[in-house]
Design a protein around this ligand. Structure first.
Ligand SMILES: CC(C)(COP(=O)(O)OP(=O)(O)OC[C@H]1O[C@@H](n2cnc3c(N)ncnc32)[C@H](O)[C@@H]1OP(=O)(O)O)[C@@H](O)C(=O)NCCC(=O)NCCS
Length: 384
């Protein structure tokens, strides 16, 4: 396998986009290519992540994006893996470049759902669960993650403040991130007073519905003469799956796909969790951040929420987690989320994360989950 580098990564501000998905995806792709310092014609393949093009009246985005970039002859494909779509796209780009099928590839994720209301968006997202068994019986993502939160709270006798600490931290980080949907801090009091969405989850336990676009340019090390940025070396690109339905699981205290993808990724990278300097993890709900930190091997079962309350995952803690603000506060435009995690890591490494810097940037991990864990990606990045 050839060594693969991330040469450029760009994102717009998440929230409500005036542009169409196609326009936003093309613009962030230009920005990432420009940042990478390569000619668009060097791109050998484009991987587009988009789940609900139907809400924006545009499917088959790849050729349109390539057309806008002046490379209509380049092959493209659109990938859907629910909330992990653009990390799945990154994995495919990695495989193509590492395997020698392309010297450089573009990954771009985009979602635009602000054209529909919360009820409709909730119904759209819910079809990423098992439709006949879960969705048709009324399950929604806040409801499904509330089930995981209830199981965790009962097993480990946690307090609401432990989850509030995750929300407060991620909002504080997002307040320093110009790409974030919510650029406002919240207090523990605000968290505790916020309305219940799906018990025990409150408003500030939930990610919002966001529009957004993010792009990443990867290239084979051997094809890069003199990089104009500090590249991220892709030390691991791993994907795993697991049983989708909650009722068919034997354990609700973690996500098996995260455990499998993490095991593969750490093996590929020849690293252990203790050697990771900071992480962007999938915190669609605060319970998801706690589960991720335990399944990834950073904390023993039942202890991650307490670690957040102790400040261990803050930017100046022992393991900074979600310095971008995470899905919780930076936002969660599902097709763009995985690529946006890489944007944050790229900005941290390249000194572009002003005001929210983490102290050490030698190794970083990105963790992105599809739905309630039917699919999962773990990427580990290092420096030259
Ligand atoms: C939590 C949720 C139900 C709130 O939706 P809503 O009640 O329609 O909220 P609105 O859009 O009317 O916004 C009301 C206010 O709350 C804020 N808000 C909305 N969602 C928020 C969130 N998740 N976190 C913080 N603030 C939020 C809005 O900015 C708005 O603030 P304002 O009054 O100051 O302008 C919705 O964001 C949601 O379902 N989130 C989960 C999305 C999801 O399931 N994603 C997939 C994950 S796997």
């Amino acid at each position: 396998m050839r060594e693969v580098w991330v040469l450029g990564a760009a994102s717009n501000r998440f929230g409500k986009m005036a542009e169409t998905a196609r326009e936003a995806a093309t613009r962030v792709s230009w920005e990432a290519i420009h940042q990478a310092g390569i000619d668009p014609k060097a791109i050998g393949h484009t991987f587009v992540a988009n789940c609900f093009g139907v809400a924006d009246h545009q499917a088959h985005l790849g050729p349109l994006i390539n057309q806008g970039l002046g490379i209509p002859e380049v092959p493209s494909v659109t990938l859907e893996s629910a909330c992990s779509s653009s990390s799945a796209a990154l994995h495919e780009a990695f495989v193509h470049v590492a395997g020698g099928f392309a010297d450089a590839a573009l990954v771009v994720g985009v979602e635009r759902l602000s054209t529909i209301d919360t009820l409709q968006a909730t119904s759209y997202f819910a079809i990423a669960a098992d439709y006949p068994f879960e969705t048709k019986n009324g399950a929604t993502f806040p409801g499904l993650y509330a089930t995981l939160a209830s199981a965790y709270r009962a097993a480990f006798r946690t307090t609401p403040e432990m989850f509030g600490a995750i929300a407060v931290k991620n909002h504080a980080n997002a307040a320093r991130n110009p790409h974030a949907h919510f650029q406002k801090e919240i207090t523990m009091e605000t968290y505790l007073a916020s309305p219940v969405i799906a018990s025990p989850l409150r408003l500030y336990d939930c990610c919002p519905f966001s529009d957004g676009a993010a792009a990443v340019v990867v290239a084979a090390k051997e094809s890069v003469r003199s990089p104009v940025t500090e590249p991220l070396v892709v030390r691991a690109s791993a994907r795993a799956g697991a049983v989708t339905d909650m009722h068919d699981r034997t354990d609700l205290l973690g996500l098996p796909s995260t455990r499998r993808a993490a095991e593969l990724a750490f093996r590929q990278a020849h690293l252990t969790p203790r050697e990771i300097d900071f992480a962007e993890v999938h915190d669609c709900f605060t319970i998801a951040e706690a589960l991720a930190l335990e399944d990834l091997g950073f904390y023993p079962k039942g202890t991650a929420a307490q670690a957040s309350l102790d400040g261990a995952t803050a930017r100046d803690g022992t393991l900074p987690v979600n310095p971008s603000g995470g899905l919780k506060a930076k936002g969660h435009p599902i097709g763009a989320t995985g690529a946006a995690q890489v944007v944050e890591i790229f900005e941290q490494v390249n000194g572009l994360a002003r005001g929210r810097e983490v102290p050490r940037t030698g190794t970083a991990l990105a963790h992105n989950v599809g739905a309630t864990g039917g699919s999962c990606s773990v990427h580990i990045f290092g420096r030259r």
